[in-house]
Design a protein around this ligand. Structure first.
Ligand code: ADP
Ligand code: MG
Length: 694
């Protein structure tokens, strides 16, 4: 909504809004009067009735009134002001920890006071701690509201009262000039949803008889109506991105397949049916003349890399450059090594580009990329920064897609070259996401699923053990290593602090080297220089190290088939998806593998259920579905990191059952009235729209 300055200027038409307040409102994503209408309360308070003191119940937030019986200070660690009030039906104590002398003096016996707060159990009956209160003069009545009181999301320096006043003004204007109704009447009535203006009015100022429980759960028809519209708008915007992609041209890469066939024939394994199917889907896309935008979903270890290699090779042998981007240096380096090994026999040497590269090496890579002598480039985000220009980029592969959002995907297209058209894009994710979520999040992509693991893999058995049984766990590590196998010991991520991370890893490393003098133990953590990390990983891969102590830097992609034991410390603090990823580091060879989730007791109920999910299933889709139910989509998708939209009203878990309807109505609207769909997208996702208009 921040796109149009014409729109943002109209906030100043409201009484009391100057530049300073306007700036604060922007922090709530409010840029216009219409935005205020869509700034919905996060909860409600009931000040529509006075609750008799005798009818108060613990935990209830309510409005009461009474006459002061006595006010006194008491000392309980610090000074408290206690004011006892009564209304003929019962008594209540008001307790203040912070108070002024004059405040204390106000509460004279016989004075009437009205308060709003939560009733709690105190030492001498019910009490309210620091209630909002007002003294009533003479026979003045307590002010009773005629609608539930909206509580808005807080932002520094904008008080609730101010937000209520502004939304009052916006609602008044709305009654004169309601926002355009963008859902057709027949669609609304079929879904049983109220008109827009009615829903907005209701949600800002619900009547006293409103079902607050329903409202707080976000399941009131008025909320569902707005959530539906928002999901619809986001979905439509992704569809527009997709339609736009389809209308652009891209190099046709449907010439010779000889190299691909030679490559596949030379692999030490046979492709699984799923790999073959997905490779065929990609090769079919390559011939279409417009950019492929394809997502490959495949559980950890399902063999996505070789499919990417096939795509790259097909691109290269049809005369364009291919680029592979991974989210971490470690993973990028591993791809670089894998691709070098695979492609060297074909006379192909991949170039390398990363942020930490030395200047001279970087310059050399940049030149090779710009001149086109580098046919394949592997790297990190550095690949798509300014100053990197490709001679003839035809294919971009992004590994571990869940860290990239639609914005980044769109930005990549700009690396394409005019005469060739846009590059094809292949994104790969090991975080399978539930279907309804995928519909909402990846509607701009075609999806392929590798739903089969290479043959011979045995499911990893998973147990959860308290850290008090550390000796037992160490003994397991010893036994595995003595049997010629290898093990990982993963230390927790501490508050995103690399320093603490590293210290935790160092401590475990010290403990393990002492406990296991005959085992070769190595250490890899996020603070090491890439070359050092690389050396550590490489030594592990070659079997020189038997036990690798690591921070979660090894989370994605690392491939050592001889490793059969995964120990994860402080597992209770990690996300399910992340644990599933870590577990995916073992079970890559033919041997039976094990995963030990070590936790610090006592375990909370939620942590217990989460660890249970991992014990019960090895299926990434099931893990993802349970993760979604237990945690919510923001964390699952990593919304903040990915740039996926933050929904204002909708909640992908709560509202997931709306998605099938959203899909149906979207196609209906696109057919019936494209201008309406544009208005919807403008209303709800101006930010994304910008990318659709490159
Ligand atoms: P992911 O999908 O997690 O990225 P990888 O591509 O790293 O998985 O593959 C995991 C391991 O499986 C690698 O060692 C790879 O060489 C091996 N692999 C891939 N495809 C097959 C196959 N069809 N048969 C046997 N092993 C395979
Ligand atoms: Mg991978």
């Amino acid at each position: 909504m921040h796109e149009s300055s014409a729109q943002s200027s109209n906030l100043s038409e409201l009484n009391g809004v100057g530049p300073a307040l306007a700036a604060k409102l922007e922090r709530l994503d409010v840029y216009s009067i219409d935005d205020l209408l869509f700034l919905l309360p996060i909860r409600y308070e009931d000040r529509t009735q006075l609750v008799p003191l005798g009818a108060l119940t613990v935990g209830e937030r309510c409005l009461v009134t009474g006459e002061v019986l006595l006010a006194e200070t008491a000392y309980r660690g610090r000074r408290n002001l206690l004011v006892r009030i009564a209304d003929g039906t019962g008594q209540l104590t008001l307790r203040f920890f912070y108070f002024s002398r004059s405040q204390q003096a106000q509460f004279k016996p016989g004075v009437r006071v009205t308060c709003f707060g939560e009733a709690r159990k105190g030492s001498g009956g019910l009490e309210m701690i620091h209630p909002e209160y007002r003294l009533l003069r003479g026979d003045q009545d307590a002010a009773i509201n005629d609608s539930l009181t909206a509580i808005y999301p807080a932002t520094e320096g904008v008080q609730q009262g101010r937000l209520r006043n502004l939304t009052d003004q916006a609602l008044n204007r709305m009654r004169q000039a309601p926002p355009e109704e963008l859902l057709p009447e027949d669609v609304r009535s079929e879904l049983g949803m109220p008109p827009l203006a009615e829903a907005i009015q209701y949600l800002h100022r619900p009547p006293p008889d409103a079902d607050t429980a329903l409202l707080i759960a976000g399941r009131h028809p008025c909320q569902q109506r707005l959530a539906f519209e928002e999901l619809l708008a986001h979905y439509l915007s992704l569809r527009k991105v997709r339609a736009l992609t389809r209308s652009e041209s891209a190099p046709r890469l449907d010439g010779t397949r000889d190299e691909v066939e030679t490559f596949v024939a030379g692999l030490p394994f046979k492709l699984t049916n799923a790999q073959q199917r997905v490779a065929d889907e990609i090769l079919a896309d390559f011939g279409a003349g417009h950019p492929m935008m394809r997502l490959i979903q495949g559980d950890v270890g399902s063999g996505k890399t070789v499919v990417a290699a096939i795509a790259c090779l097909q691109a290269i042998s049809n005369g364009v450059q291919a680029a592979i981007m991974a989210p971490t240096e470690l993973l990028a380096e591993q791809h670089w090594r894998t691709f070098s090994d695979w492609f060297r026999p074909l006379g192909l040497e991949p170039a390398w580009l990363s942020g930490s590269q030395r200047a001279a090496a970087r310059r050399e890579s940049l030149e090779a990329i710009a001149s086109g002598t580098a046919q394949l480039v592997v790297g990190t985000h550095a690949l798509f920064q300014e100053g990197v220009s490709f001679a003839k980029l035809g294919l971009v592969v992004i590994d571990e897609q869940h860290r990239f959002g639609v914005h980044q995907r769109m930005a990549l297209r700009d690396k394409g070259v005019g005469s060739l058209g846009q590059p094809h894009q292949l994104v790969m994710t090991a975080t399978p996401i539930p279907r309804t979520l995928a519909m909402a999040a990846y509607a701009d992509l075609d999806t392929s699923i590798i739903d089969e693991l290479p043959p011979g893999r045995q499911p990893v058995t998973t147990v959860a053990l308290p850290e008090t049984r550390r000796d037992e766990i160490v003994a397991r590590v010893r036994a595995a290593c003595e049997a010629g196998q290898q093990a990982y010991w993963v230390c927790p991520l501490i508050e995103e602090s690399e320093v603490l991370d590293y210290q935790a890893a160092e401590a475990s490393y010290a403990m393990l080297t002492e406990a296991l003098p005959d085992i070769r133990v190595g250490l890899v953590h996020g603070r090491m220089r890439p070359a050092e990390k690389e050396r550590g990983m490489q030594a592990f891969k070659e079997g020189l190290i038997q036990l690798l102590v690591a921070t979660t830097v090894i989370e994605v992609g690392v491939d050592v088939p001889n490793a059969t034991l995964m120990i994860v410390e402080n597992a209770e603090r990690m996300g399910l998806a992340q644990l599933h990823q870590l577990r995916g580091r073992v079970g890559r060879g033919a041997g039976q593998s094990h995963c030990v989730l070590v936790y610090k007791p006592p375990l909370g109920q939620l942590a217990k259920s989460r660890l249970a999910v991992l014990r019960e299933t090895n299926d990434g889709f099931v893990v993802a579905q349970r993760d979604l139910e237990l945690r919510g989509p923001g964390e699952l998708l990593g919304t903040r990191q990915t740039g996926l939209p933050e929904y204002r009203v909708a909640d992908l878990v709560r509202d997931s059952e709306l998605m099938p309807k959203v899909l149906r109505v979207a196609s209906e609207l696109e057919r019936r009235d494209p201008s309406q769909t544009e208005a919807l997208v403008r209303r709800w996702c101006a930010g994304i729209e910008r990318y659709g208009k490159v």
